[in-house]
Design a protein around this ligand. Structure first.
Ligand code: MTE
Ligand code: MO
Length: 202
């Protein structure tokens, strides 16, 4: 068999430089992964809150968050279960805009992304500032479906996708690290796909 197919596979495909180690290109597929049941959130009652170590705890309604300066991420996403997707376009608002409005206190070092469902994920403050993280409601020009975290999700695309909390309800600023849901259940604390920080100890 190997002999018969050698010619067919003779030209080795170059590995796509956008693909981190151990990942594959999911192409048209976008797998849905949640630990909890998919909630139905009404945008009329939806809120997003920045709280904890901030000068002023700040809450935005759906209309208020849409009135902030828009921001877009165009690029790739990587799930720890080994799928990656290239060239996604997400629209929403930069986390910088939200944190600036609340005024992060100098003692803050970490954030917890919190979902309306109770899901949490922890991040160093430096991983959500400087244009690296967003709260998004559109993907490729369409509203995020409920399955993918609609009406809005966190997006931290330089880290594995479990950091991108679906149905996000806010960010909590802390002066210490505190593992979130998956981080307490064996996933790596930070989750850099380029160094394969998949599980605790990686
Ligand atoms: N609220 C919530 N957000 C979540 C999760 C979850 O279980 N609950 N799973 C994470 C994981 S492990 C991944 S890979 C992505 C999956 O997003 P998707 O279903 O849109 O592909 O969401 C992340 N955000
Ligand atoms: Mo994941």
């Amino acid at each position: 068999m190997a002999g018969a197919t050698r010619g067919f596979f003779g030209r080795r495909r170059e590995r796509d430089p956008r693909l981190p180690p151990g990942q594959y290109d999911a192409r048209d597929e976008w797998p849905v992964l949640n630990a909890e049941a998919t909630p139905r959130l009404d945008t009329a009652r939806w809120t997003f809150t920045v709280e904890g170590l901030v000068e002023r705890e700040t809450t935005w309604t759906w209309d208020e968050i849409h009135a902030l300066p828009p921001a877009r991420y165009e690029g790739d996403i990587h799930c720890v279960t080994t799928w990656s997707k290239f060239g996604m376009r997400f629209d929403g608002v930069s986390v910088d805009t939200l944190l600036d409005a609340a005024g992060v206190l100098p003692t803050a070092t970490h954030v917890i992304g919190v979902a309306h469902t109770g899901y949490t994920t922890n991040l160093p403050l430096a991983d959500v500032t400087g244009g690296k993280a967003w709260v998004v409601w559109d993907v490729d020009g369409r509203p995020l479906t409920r399955e993918h975290g609609g009406p809005a999700r966190l997006l931290v695309p330089h880290l594995y996708f479990w950091k991108s909390a679906k149905w996000v309800s806010g960010l909590r600023l802390l002066d210490h690290d505190e593992p979130g849901f998956w981080e307490r259940n064996g996933y790596h604390d930070r989750g850099d796909p380029w160094t394969e920080q998949r599980y605790q100890g990686d």
